[in-house]
Design a protein around this ligand. Structure first.
Ligand SMILES: Cc1ncc(COP(=O)(O)O)c(C=O)c1O
Length: 388
């Protein structure tokens, strides 16, 4: 009998060596994406809504409210941009950098380097403040890098190194500059208080501690920054002025459509439903409890790694709980270990970034994966593959 393959049969790509579906088997313990919260996954399967359906509009409004809570902001202009975290970075700079503006960028890893590139493409005079990778940013050095920058930019949680920086201190000393912050790996994982810390522009991603699939960039901008924006930025898609109507400008000063909805682009309605559900799960647990869960899981993992004689990479005192960086022991082939973890245990961890590609591993316990069980699982799997 010929075998019948229907459109819904599991593609061979997603089968293990025995032809069994293994799409759910991966434990995503790398730098992202993480395994989504079950609520976020379930929401992807709900009946699809049109992007101007009143039910969707309500869902979008509630998602923006939930994002305000996750950001710690009352900014009216808080929305999920329809693209990944890098688009959040582009949107932040393209809307706020005027040609020749001085932009001071704290560089302590790959994403600070990327910020310099993006800001320069927007016409900024970039002043990079270089740090050793693995260290947090030196706030005094960043604040004294230029007497009157238009923008000071920094990464809260450097995913390339596992270091956390003090954004509140930057905000306290920023003077007249706008503070632009990358919160891709911090939102939903560690304390983040955009308004209290003086963040004027912030962008994030869904696929890390928010526990949602990749595809959206939660974004926030306050009135101070919006007033100084580039009125007609080079990017049409990421023009925040145009996007105001897309999420509804009700209650936003200067709104042009009286709170109605205008078509800008087709909202990714399934992804927004998923983000809505993921945020619902987080807020129900409570942000402080979620931060503590990440802290506890990260501590358990980091203590366990050190107890096994492994050396952590990020500076002590500034280690992110949600993303642990560890040096690959001498004589161990990083790629072989990662491959074995994946094939034998279904566990994905990340290699290092940049020059640390082969000498550092990055292990993420983010969102739904921030649990003691996950920490113990990855430690046991490492014991197995390292034969310790
Ligand atoms: C700190 C940081 N910023 C920006 C990005 C870019 O986000 P995306 O890959 O979703 O475009 C990432 C992704 O890992 C990140 O970790």
């Amino acid at each position: 009998m010929p075998s019948i393959r229907t459109a819904s049969s599991t593609p061979e790509l997603f089968c293990d060596g025995y032809g069994r579906p293994m799409i759910h088997a991966r434990k995503l313990f790398g730098p992202g994406p993480s395994n989504p919260y079950p609520e976020a996954t379930a929401a992807l399967g709900l009946p699809l809504l049109g992007h101007l359906d009143p039910v969707f509009i309500e869902l979008m409004d509630e998602t923006c409210d939930r994002l305000r809570e996750a950001w710690g902001t009352s900014n009216a202009r808080t929305l999920p941009l329809s693209a990944t975290g890098s688009a959040g970075m582009e949107a932040a700079f393209v809307n706020t950098v005027h040609p020749g503006d001085v932009v001071v960028v704290a560089v302590n890893g790959l994403f600070g380097v990327r910020m310099c590139d993006v800001a320069a493409r927007c016409g900024a005079e970039v002043v990079p403040v270089e740090h050793e990778w693995g260290a947090p940013i030196d706030v005094e050095r960043v604040l004294s890098a230029h007497p009157s920058p238009a923008i000071i930019a920094a990464v809260h949680a450097e995913t390339s190194t596992g270091a956390r920086s003090d954004i509140a201190a930057l905000g306290a000393g920023k003077g007249d500059a706008l503070l632009l912050v990358d919160a891709v790996t911090s939102i939903g994982g560690i304390e983040l208080r955009a308004d209290d810390w003086g963040i004027d522009i912030g962008y994030a991603g869904t696929q890390k501690c928010l526990g949602v699939a990749p595809g959206l960039a939660p974004f926030t901008i306050n009135e101070r920054a919006f007033d100084r924006r580039v009125v007609k930025p080079q990017s049409w898609y990421l023009d925040l002025g145009l996007l105001g109507g897309y999420v509804g400008e009700a209650g936003v000063r200067g709104g042009t459509n009286g709170g109605g909805r205008t078509y800008h682009h087709t909202a990714p309605t399934a992804m927004i439903a998923s983000l809505h559900a993921g945020l619902g799960r987080i807020l129900e647990e409570g942000l402080p409890a979620v931060w503590q869960r990440h802290e506890d899981a990260g501590r358990l993992l980091q203590d366990g790694l050190e107890a096994r004689g492994l050396e952590l990479f990020a500076e002590d005192g500034s280690r992110l709980p949600e993303l642990t960086t560890v040096r690959v022991p001498d004589g161990v082939d990083s790629a072989v270990i990662r491959k074995t973890l994946l094939e034998r245990h279904g566990i994905e961890i990340g290699g290092g970034a940049g020059e640390y590609a082969a000498s550092v591993w990055r292990i993420g316990l983010m969102g739904h994966n921030a649990t003691p069980d996950a920490a113990l699982l990855v430690l046991a799997a490492l014991d197995d593959v390292l034969q310790r």
